[in-house]
Design a protein around this ligand. Structure first.
Ligand code: MRU
Length: 342
């Protein structure tokens, strides 16, 4: 099976409808800005790098729809960039494609195609750096790694970030097994990561999110690896809800907590995690499972799609350029105390 999950074919964005997995590998063909926005908001296309590149192709579609009206293209671009607030990649992708608008629609397309080509290269490089780091921190035996949400080829355009690092470790014979959080409420781990790991032949077990700390306590996890939607200037990491709990648990157990993301996920313009806008999603994602009510009608909910992990709980953020700043050595790997070593 191809590792690529986004393509530009005959004037349309072609991808996989992530809502349909794991039951169906359903292609999705997008030809309008409204369809791009709907796909991003309903998570047919999801994952920070994937929505970034898709946002760029959204600008391409807008440039074709309004060939003589740059103001209209810019207004459409603004609508696309605001489809979801937390992942900085979306606004980044839109802005980058839009930066070529003055040169014409073909230049906008060229930029989006360049981003598409870059993404796979960037992910492979970040994944290799993250695998190197984990092998340095935990030398000697194949690793048991816990991951959350989906950071694979579906969440990017190819290969994946944190899941890409799992691919690299597996290729090197350095991965024993992956513990996959199901990732409530939309089950990106169960539906998408378990599907991708099976596709890649990587050994894994699925677990409920609330079993993660217990898996660490009972010695079943050597490290935690996740992706990111935004990394602020102070090193705070916005990622799928549940990531912060994992970081706290990993810190308590002295386990490396490694974040893998492209440079485009770093947001130097946002100083701290407190400034990140965390998307709140519909109540029905929690009150219903597959359309069936699992809570009394009218139950109020708290449904943040993301949380923010403070830098002191993060062992390292790894991008295509390697480790950002310094590694905070978790106490389990050298006997030192995690928060005091950087
Ligand atoms: O709501 P989602 O599924 O788009 O959330 C995705 C995540 O939190 C991912 O971990 C993140 O975007 C990184 S994907 C390489």
């Amino acid at each position: 099976m191809s590792e690529v999950s986004i393509a530009w074919v005959d004037g349309a964005l072609e991808t996989i409808d992530q809502r349909a997995l794991p039951q169906q590998l359903r292609p999705l063909r997008i030809t309008t800005v409204d369809q791009v926005i709907d796909a991003i908001q309903t998570l047919a296309i999801r994952g920070a790098p994937a929505i970034g590149v898709s946002g760029a192709f959204g600008v391409v579609l807008a440039a074709h729809a309004f060939p003589d009206d740059p103001a209209a293209v810019r207004a459409e671009a603004e609508r696309i960039a605001s489809a979801r607030p937390t992942a900085v990649n979306l606004a980044w992708g839109v802005r980058r494609a839009l930066s070529r608008l003055d040169e014409g629609a073909q230049a906008v397309l060229d930029e989006a195609l360049a981003m598409l080509a870059e993404d796979g290269r960037v992910n492979r490089a970040a994944a290799a750096h993250a695998a190197d780091l984990l092998q340095q921190l935990l030398p000697g035996r194949p690793l048991r790694i816990l991951t959350h949400c989906n950071t694979g080829r579906l969440a990017t355009t190819a290969f994946g970030t944190a899941l890409g690092a799992l691919r690299v470790l597996h290729e090197r014979g350095a991965l024993e097994t992956v513990l996959v959080d199901e990732t409530r409420p939309l089950l990106q781990g169960a539906r998408l990561t378990a599907w991708e790991l099976a596709e890649a032949g990587i050994p894994h077990r699925l677990t409920i999110d609330s079993a993660a700390a217990w898996a660490m306590a009972t010695g079943q996890v050597d490290a935690v690896i996740v992706g990111a939607d935004r990394v602020t200037a102070d090193g705070s990491v916005a990622n799928k809800i549940g990531t912060y709990s994992l970081a706290l648990a990993a810190h308590h157990h002295g386990l490396p907590f490694v974040v893998v993301a492209p440079e485009s996920t770093r947001d130097p313009h946002t100083a701290t995690g407190a400034e990140i806008v965390v998307e709140q999603r519909a109540a029905a994602e929690i009150t219903h499972v597959a359309g069936v009510a699992t809570a009394p009608e009218g139950t109020a909910v708290f449904n943040p799609a993301f949380d923010v992990t403070p830098p002191e709980l993060v062992t390292a953020v790894v991008t295509e350029n390697g480790v950002v700043g310094r590694v905070r050595t978790p106490r389990g790997t050298d006997g030192s105390v995690a928060s005091g070593t950087d």
